[in-house]
Ligand binder design. Structure first.
Ligand code: AMP
Length: 140
């Protein structure tokens, strides 16, 4: 599959579609999933145009993992989670819905089952509050 520069995450990075931004550096961008599987569900994406793990350059993947590694403990702490799930899907057959590579950081709470992913739109004010909490933890 070739990379579509008009995929929704590319549009978010260009500021054409709003998002609840958490983080940005020279290589990466992170924002909240609008249909979260748990409160604080964060998506981390590279600025480089890559569909998934099958076409991203190794160095870009390393930079992306650097951001996942930086953000994961901050999301866990900010959201008061007991654990974290990291997910990444490759191709539609594996559950990939947006074709710009991304890692999901999903806070997990003991005894709380996950919601279905990508199905129910979260309340915008709640997303705003969660994003503010995570940004604050990142700054502190
Ligand atoms: P997947 O490609 O299956 O790894 O998941 C794509 C994820 O993107 C899903 O969890 C969706 O809820 C999420 N998503 C889709 N559109 C948006 C958007 N505009 N802003 C934030 N998250 C989105």
């Amino acid at each position: 599959m070739s990379y579509d520069p008009d995929n929704i995450f590319a549009k978010i990075m260009r500021g054409e579609i709003p998002c609840h931004k958490i983080y940005e550096d020279a290589h990466n961008f992170a924002f909240l999933d609008i249909m979260p599987r748990a409160p604080g569900h964060t998506l981390v994406i590279p600025k480089t145009p890559a569909v998934n793990l099958l076409d991203i350059a190794p160095d870009d993947l390393c930079e992306l993992m650097r951001a996942v590694h930086k953000l994961a403990p901050v999301v866990k702490q900010a959201m008061g989670a007991d654990g974290l799930m990291i997910q990444q899907f490759n191709e539609a057959a594996a559950g990939q819905m947006v074709f710009h590579i991304h890692f999901h950081i999903v806070p997990r709470y003991a005894g709380t089952p996950l919601k279905a992913g990508g199905q129910v739109m979260e309340d915008d004010a709640l997303l705003q509050a969660h994003a503010a909490k995570i940004r604050e933890a990142l700054a502190g």
